[in-house]
Design a protein around this ligand. Structure first.
Ligand code: ATP
Ligand code: MG
Ligand code: MG
Ligand code: MG
Length: 478
């Protein structure tokens, strides 16, 4: 099954269960004071849950373009180094606004995965909320009982508040969740360790695919929980991970979501992708094909790279891609812009904004590449000098102020400084670097004491809102 067919099957399934199918909201949020980018499917429905708007339908399903590089969800450091976290990814989702609840949400998810998509039941595990005494929250027995009718009890795992109680703001709707994990290891691997032990344990072939959130509480301003008058369902499934499971692959990058992009990088660079986890060239190729999607979709949705706010985040993602390909793929000339046509070919039918904005996207990326390539050489020379000086001084840690200057003044990605230093047996002072970043943000922002959440209630907004930049200022990617 191709990825296009998989996406369509998901939507068709929920359509057949009376869901209204809606388009993805833009990946860039223009009118949300708390968030720069959509980072989950529910972003566009926040006001339905908060009761500020009436839902357009009681049941909705879609695929949402998400970006997790800032705020509460920041996966950037994992991207390229693992095989299942992306900056930009699609989150397939179905929602019930005061309509069906746990029983149907679980039944739909199970039927879709095992019957429509045919994932063998013995490859699936689920988690449920184990309860939390400090909050007087009980174990999610209902979810357990509903799961029990589909899956054997030894595959239902208790999860703690961190993984299995969904809460995105200081107040507002929240509730327990149930995750579905798929075990894609070979039979031989499975014989060695039980999949049970690997769930939520960073194993690249035992991954979370779907999260079903049951919103049944409201967290009040005084932090106490009350039962909501109506109960809602909010689910999110990682599209690229689902494709990996259905296409029998062991990495998202081996699915047809990424293979055409990888083929183009191979053609342009003359380097072969071998899919090895710790190989620098392979990491660089994964970084490049991941980052081009994030940057292309952001620009197509109207966010140009720039020196502040969301534009700065996009510029840094692009620069990270350029640095990796410069260093590990020997690409010294602009080439990322050539991947846009491949992406368009592959995703333009479903996401027409890519078709419409293709020329702009290509040109913007090309000119960003040209200008950054001019400074990267200078950056590399500076890092090299810094390293020599540190070694000559008999030190093991690069001087923090210089490392920060490279990052701040020269726009040189700090993870690259880190990698180069490590190659020479040196490190950077992480705490000191963080402190410098914080100081810099404090210099340019009035007050960055705000916590970062994915939503705030109107009450909180009136009390606390001090501006968009401030709220996300702690979250600039590095
Ligand atoms: P993980 O534990 O793997 O980081 P998560 O619990 O943070 O995932 P959720 O917030 O529950 O993820 O999002 C719902 C689904 O979206 C996940 O089950 C997963 O399939 C997918 N997903 C989450 N983050 C990413 C990412 N960075 N790249 C690709 N898919 C993702
Ligand atoms: Mg995560
Ligand atoms: Mg998780
Ligand atoms: Mg989750």
């Amino acid at each position: 099954m191709t990825s296009q067919e998989i996406r369509q099957k998901f939507l068709d399934y929920f359509k057949s269960k009376d869901h209204l199918i809606v388009p993805s909201a833009p990946i860039v949020l223009k009118d949300d004071p708390t968030l720069m980018f959509s980072n989950s499917g529910m972003t566009q429905f926040k006001d339905f849950f908060l009761g500020y708007k009436t839902p357009t339908a009681p049941r909705i399903a879609d695929t949402q373009k998400c970006l997790r590089v800032s705020g509460k969800h920041n996966d950037l450091d994992d991207v390229g180094r693992d095989t299942y976290h992306h900056t930009m990814f699609e989150m397939l989702g179905n929602w019930s606004f005061g309509d069906y609840f746990k029983k149907d949400a679980i039944a739909f998810a199970w039927e879709l995965l095992t019957e429509v998509f045919g994932i063998p039941k013995e490859n699936l595990y689920v988690t449920i909320f184990e309860g939390d005494a400090s909050e007087n929250l009980e174990r999610d027995q209902d979810a357990y009982d509903f799961w029990k009718s589909h899956i054997s009890e030894d595959r239902i795992i208790n999860g703690n508040k961190k993984d299995n109680f969904w809460e995105m703001g200081e107040s507002g709707p929240c509730g327990p969740c149930s995750e579905i994990h798929v075990d894609l290891r070979t039979e031989e691997e499975k014989a060695k360790v039980s999949g049970l032990e690997l769930v939520n344990n960073d194993h690249p072939q035992v991954v979370e695919v779907w999260n079903l959130v049951f919103m049944e509480f409201n967290r009040k301003a005084d932090k106490s929980l009350e039962k909501l008058p109506a109960q809602h369902v909010d689910t999110g499934m990682g599209f690229e991970r689902l494709c990996m499971a259905l296409q029998g692959k062991s990495s998202n990058y081996d699915t047809d979501v990424f293979t055409p992009l990888i083929a183009k990088v191979e053609e342009l660079s003359g380097k072969k992708y071998t899919g090895v986890l710790e190989n620098e060239k392979d990491i660089a190729i994964r970084v490049v094909v991941d980052h081009i999607r994030a940057v292309a979709f952001a620009i197509a949705d109207g966010q140009l790279p720039s020196s502040g706010g969301a534009g700065y985040v996009i510029r840094r993602i692009l620069r990270r891609g350029i640095s990796y390909s410069y260093r590990f793929l020997d690409m010294k000339e602009p080439f990322l812009y050539k991947l846009v046509a491949v992406l368009q070919e592959q995703m333009g039918r479903f996401f027409p904004e890519l078709e419409k904005q293709g020329t702009l996207v290509t040109e913007v990326i090309k000119s960003e590449e040209e200008s950054f390539l001019k400074t990267i050489e200078t950056g590399l020379i500076r890092v090299e000098k810094l390293i020599q000086q540190t070694i000559a001084d008999n030190q093991k840690v690069l001087p923090t102020l210089e490392v920060f200057e490279l990052y701040d003044t020269y726009g040189f990605p700090d993870d690259l400084t880190r990698i180069i230093a490590e190659e020479k047996g040196l490190t950077i002072d992480e705490e000191g670097f963080k402190a410098e970043k914080k100081k810099q943000q404090e210099r340019s922002k009035a007050d960055s004491a705000q916590k970062v959440y994915d939503w705030v209630t109107l009450e909180e907004k009136e009390e606390n809102f001090v501006g968009y930049d401030t709220i996300e200022s702690e979250t600039y990617i590095t």
